[in-house]
Design a protein. Structure first.
Length: 330
């Protein structure tokens, strides 16, 4: 696997990076962004954009305060589980991550997708992670490429922003636990490369990113999907296409589109959710990327106040930053 082209997108070794204060804001922004994007989109999940706009002419702009006392939805819960797994070992242990997913499904499981539930059922029977995911994928005719892996992938970029080979390996490994389709795995790579660049304070050249991913071995469909984001409108991305709204490329495109917009985090996230489709996942991916770009300070307080157990999420962000800095200085 040749990652040379992707590596060229990043600052050269030794280049001064952002201050610790800025990095901390970006790290916290990523996980808080996942949370608010997920929560903002929950009430209109699987609803078409036209119906959402008719119900909320100015956009869906508020999060239900009752979320403070509810268990985390799957997008945020699995993101936190992946963060914990990454902090437990030097490189992601797929079996340990799988065990965390099984325990979560047994004690919470809110919002869990059909494919992920099927894979977790296999994991609970003792089937290994990659084998369980492949078994379910093949049983479905190798057609399913859902967004359950890309929605949770952000902690990998946070942990390994300075170690591209490890970022690549753990992006793929984190997806393979539940999603065997290569489109799902490469979507996590694309989003995590974008996140790592944003955490470094770099801009995103989607054409360059698509070309670098192609040279690294990404499937043509992924490269085309990245390329179509440039100059696209939310209408042209058709996030609410009833036949594709849970497709991994849709969530990836929602996030990449969002982070290229000139508006504020709030404005852009409201636009993404108001476009309809798998709104909670599209919101989670867009929220992660926007949080990395802008940092935590611009996320509306009225949104972050609705996040249940917010301090634990902030601690995860701090720990991921600490481990990333420690690896950088090793």
């Amino acid at each position: 696997m040749d990652l040379t082209a992707i590596a060229k997108l990043f600052p050269s070794p030794g280049t001064p990076h952002a201050s610790l204060t800025v990095l901390r804001s970006r790290y916290r922004g990523v996980l808080l962004g996942v949370a608010v994007g997920n929560l903002l989109g929950l009430p209109v999940e699987a609803v078409g954009g036209e119906a959402i706009r008719a119900r909320f002419p100015n956009g869906l702009m508020e999060i239900d305060p009752s979320e403070r006392s509810r268990a985390w939805d799957d997008d945020l819960a699995q993101t936190a589980l992946l963060a914990e797994a990454l902090l437990a070992t030097e490189g992601l242990d797929p079996k340990a991550f799988a065990a965390r997913l099984v325990a979560w499904a047994n004690t919470n499981g809110r919002g869990i997708g059909i494919l992920t539930q099927q894979v977790i059922n296999e994991l609970a029977r003792g089937v290994g992670p990659a084998d369980a995911a492949r078994k379910v994928w093949e049983a479905g005719g190798r057609r399913s490429a859902g967004n359950g892996a890309v929605m949770r992938c952000a902690p990998v970029a946070m942990r390994w922003r300075h170690d591209l080979p490890q970022l690549f390996r753990d992006s793929i490994a984190s997806a393979q636990v539940t999603h065997a389709d290569p489109r799902c795995q490469w979507s996590t790579v694309a989003v995590n490369v974008a996140l790592a660049l944003l955490l470094e304070g770099e801009g995103l050249d989607l054409e360059a990113i698509g070309g670098a991913l192609a040279r690294a071995g990404a499937p043509g469909g992924l490269v085309d999907a990245v390329g179509r984001v440039t100059g696209a409108s939310l209408h042209s991305l058709a996030l609410d296409d009833p036949d594709a709204m849970g497709y991994t490329f849709k969530a990836m495109q929602a996030g990449l589109w969002a982070v290229k917009q000139p508006g504020t985090l709030e404005e852009t996230l409201v636009r993404v959710v108001s476009a309809g489709g798998d709104t909670d996942t599209n919101g989670a991916v867009a929220g992660a990327l926007l949080g990395a770009r802008f940092g935590e300070a611009v996320i509306p307080a009225r949104w972050t106040e609705c996040i249940g157990n917010r301090p634990s999420l902030e601690r995860l962000a701090e720990r991921l930053l600490e481990r990333s800095l420690a690896s950088e200085g090793a």
